[in-house]
Design a protein around this ligand. Structure first.
Ligand SMILES: NC(=O)c1ccc[n+]([C@@H]2O[C@H](COP(=O)([O-])OP(=O)(O)OC[C@H]3O[C@@H](n4cnc5c(N)ncnc54)[C@H](OP(=O)(O)O)[C@@H]3O)[C@@H](O)[C@H]2O)c1
Length: 273
């Protein structure tokens, strides 16, 4: 039985993915910030799939202290992990700060998964062959390294901080895949396509409605995510950017720039210390 840790399971894509993994008889750890929602999701999945090997762990990904505490708890309970799927993300139209003064989307969408992944690497090594999949989007937005917390200027959308955090997911995965080469762990990044969810509910109403009209069910993305985490077909795939139909996404030259990848890695280490 494979043990898979998944973030964002209280959201549209995360819940559908957890359901798919439960159907495939995985042992699931759902990591999230809202205990009540996690309880409901766990009950729904267990009822629908008759898989009772599901537990949830509380952690707000925007707070490094929470992430470390959750990882300590996981390390106490589990001796290995077979897959980690980073799905959670947030979109804010106004600038918000974490208790440490970090811009909230950068902290949640990138720094949280960065820390979680690094903290769990030894468990994944113990569970090898193991897989890390991080959900992103084909962003072309560059990272503003001079003002990472948007203290001077905040712009929220796909061309602003949110888009930059999705670029960070890509840069992080490519740098991680390089580091993991020949370790028995792979790291890939995934684009789910447009899926109906509450992610963009903080956007202006008209934009949110338009996105909703263009979006579909999470099922296809969930099946492909589960496949990336489990199927033999993907066992040699490392450092790839794959979309919901299994085809490659061609990401920007900027995302492949090793200097940028390493700059982000170093900064992320400093900011999550
Ligand atoms: N939907 C799309 O069309 C689309 C397109 C491209 C990429 N994506 C990517 O797909 C992923 C999932 O998106 P979705 O559409 O399923 O969104 P969603 O339904 O809004 O789900 C977001 C998930 O992230 C969790 N989350 C947010 N902030 C968190 C925090 N600080 N700590 C822990 N968990 C937190 C949410 O938990 P709560 O339930 O507690 O809020 C929820 O489980 C995201 O990475 C997104 O960027 C989505």
């Amino acid at each position: 039985m494979k043990t898979v840790l998944i973030t964002g399971a209280t959201g549209a894509i995360g819940k559908a993915t957890a359901m798919e993994l439960a159907k495939q008889n995985c042992n699931l750890i759902l990591l999230g910030r809202n205990t009540e929602k996690l309880r409901v999701v766990k009950a729904d999945i267990s009822q629908a799939t008759h898989n009772h090997n599901i537990e949830f762990i509380h952690a707000d990904l925007s707070e490094p202290k929470h992430v470390r505490e959750a990882c300590d708890e996981i390390k106490k309970k589990y001796s290995s992990l077979n897959a980690l799927i980073n799905i959670a993300a947030v979109f804010n139209s106004k600038r918000e700060e974490t208790t440490e003064g970090r811009e909230f989307m950068v902290a949640t969408n990138h720094l949280g998964p960065f820390l979680l992944t690094n903290e769990l690497i030894d468990l994944l090594k113990a569970g090898k062959p193991a897989r890390i999949v991080t959900v992103s989007a084909p962003s072309t937005t560059k990272v503003n390294f001079d003002d990472i917390d948007s203290k001077q200027r905040f712009s929220p959308g796909f061309m602003g901080v949110f888009g930059a955090t999705k670029m960070m997911n890509i840069l992080f995965t490519y740098a991680l895949a390089d580091r993991l080469r020949d370790t028995g762990i792979t790291a890939n990044v995934f684009h789910p396509g447009l899926v109906k969810s509450d992610l963009t509910s903080d956007m202006p109403l008209i934009l949110n409605l338009l996105i909703g009209m263009m979006s579909g069910k999470p099922d296809k993305a969930a099946k492909m995510l589960a496949s990336l985490a489990l199927d033999e077909k993907w066992q040699n795939s490392n450092g790839a950017f794959i979309k919901f139909d299994g085809k490659d996404v061609k990401s920007s030259a900027y995302s492949h720039d090793k200097e940028v990848q390493e700059k982000l890695w170093k900064l992320s280490e400093e900011l999550t210390k």
